[in-house]
Design a protein around this ligand. Structure first.
Ligand code: NAI
Ligand code: MG
Length: 360
């Protein structure tokens, strides 16, 4: 399997280094071979080439089976024009790879329940859900849009528009993800008010016919926002449109209370997908061996689970093994600073990697 690896800026290099060690271990244990191509993006790319997303990086990514990204950005580049800032690299690569589906799991390891914001009796029921957010349509991209003067006052408008093929393909990602998990899918919309949601619901119901094993439910977005903090254990996979997904995925991830623990995947019609931790480049702790590498290591697990091809065979077992190793490491008490608690074994980025490797 060919992986394009983009360490990026700040803690990016440190956390990606640990992820690469995990891939080596997977090779040793399972025989899966990885061809790693490193590429530049973000601030590192600006320093080297003047562009946040050099053409060579796009070419390497397109030729790969998957892309693994650390994080980009930092104060050094904050004064640059927005058009050439590091974050432009992110938007650019998402576009180049046609990534229309963003998968953000929010799972709480019971070992970390002290970090969770919710009441203990709610936490005890467990949080293990996945938000599948449509990423390239809806109000963020719909036209017409703008601000103009009508009848002597300023009017602002955007257009939440979805074609049925856009709904169908994201719904499929939702059902496929549910098939890989507990086979429950909740489609979130606002079909009681929005016409675009009425179509969303219709198309999701059509796609559901191909997935008789998945238990499908529908929920209005306002209720979903409430249910996520009232009883997150009721959810397995949530599929929703861009704007609702932006808000719900942030809500879902923050309730677990651990930014250094959460991976993500962005998928297109075909490979390569892009896999990255949800956090940024953490300039405040960069270069100090303090970063938590687990979000990136768990992103590797997602990478294997969602990039399986005929060539590689099903890499679900490899993904499971990585997740088990992370769980065991937490059970043994290893903690980086962001998830520390009294009596834990406080370690740095490298030593956390060592512990995961040993368990793997
Ligand atoms: P951030 O996620 O980098 O950091 C927020 C806080 O969480 C900091 O205190 C940081 O030390 C801590 N933190 C983050 N990841 C951690 C980890 N793995 N282990 C331990 N602690 C961790 O967000 P912030 O500070 O808003 O942004 C910093 C830079 O990162 C900015 O330039 C921003 O644009 C960029 N960024 C990049 C993203 C990406 O590449 N996908 C996403 C978010 C921000
Ligand atoms: Mg957001």
């Amino acid at each position: 399997m060919k992986i394009c690896v983009i360490p990026g800026d700040g803690i990016g290099k440190e956390i990606v280094a640990q992820a690469l060690r995990v891939l080596d271990k997977v090779t040793e244990k399972f025989g899966t071979r990885f061809e790693i191509e490193e590429a530049l993006m973000g601030g590192a790319a600006i320093d080297a080439t003047g562009s946040p997303l050099p053409e060579q990086t796009v070419a390497l990514a397109l030729a790969a089976d998957a892309v693994l990204l650390g994080a980009v950005g930092g104060p050094k580049w904050d004064t640059l024009d927005p058009a050439i800032r590091p974050e432009r690299g992110l938007l650019g690569i998402r576009k180049a790879l046609g990534l229309f589906a963003n998968l953000r799991p929010a799972s709480l390891f019971q070992e970390l329940k002290h970090a969770c914001y919710l009441r203990p009796d709610i936490v005890a029921k467990g949080i293990d859900l996945l938000v599948v957010r449509e990423l390239t349509g809806g109000a963020y991209f719909g036209t017409p849009k703008g601000v103009e003067v009508r009848d002597g006052e300023r009017v602002g408008f955007n257009n939440m528009i979805y074609a049925e093929h856009e709904i169908r393909r994201i719904a499929k990602v939702g059902f496929e993800a549910a098939m890989k998990r507990s086979k429950r899918l909740c489609s979130v919309d606002k079909a009681n008010v929005l016409d675009v949601s009425r179509l969303w619901r219709e198309v999701v119901l059509e796609v559901a016919r191909d997935y008789p094993d998945v238990e499908l439910s529908h929920m209005y977005v306002d209720n979903a926002a409430m249910q996520l903090v009232r009883d997150p254990s009721q959810f397995d996979v949530i599929v929703t449109e861009n704007l609702f997904g932006d808000i719900l995925s942030d809500e879902a991830s923050v309730i677990t209370g651990s930014i250094g623990m959460l991976p993500s995947a962005s998928l297109g019609e075909k490979n390569p997908g892009l896999f990255e931790p949800i956090h940024g480049s953490a300039p405040d702790i960069a270069g100090q061996d303090k970063a938590n590498p687990l979000a990136t290591i768990l992103s590797v697990a997602m990478l294997l689970r969602y990039s399986s091809t005929e060539k590689t065979g099903d890499m679900g077992p490899q993904a499971d093994a990585i997740e088990q190793a992370v769980r065991k490491t937490l059970q043994q008490g290893y903690r980086t600073g962001d998830i520390r608690e009294d009596g834990c074994k406080l370690v740095g980025c490298q030593a956390m990697g060592d512990a995961v490797l040993a368990n793997l």
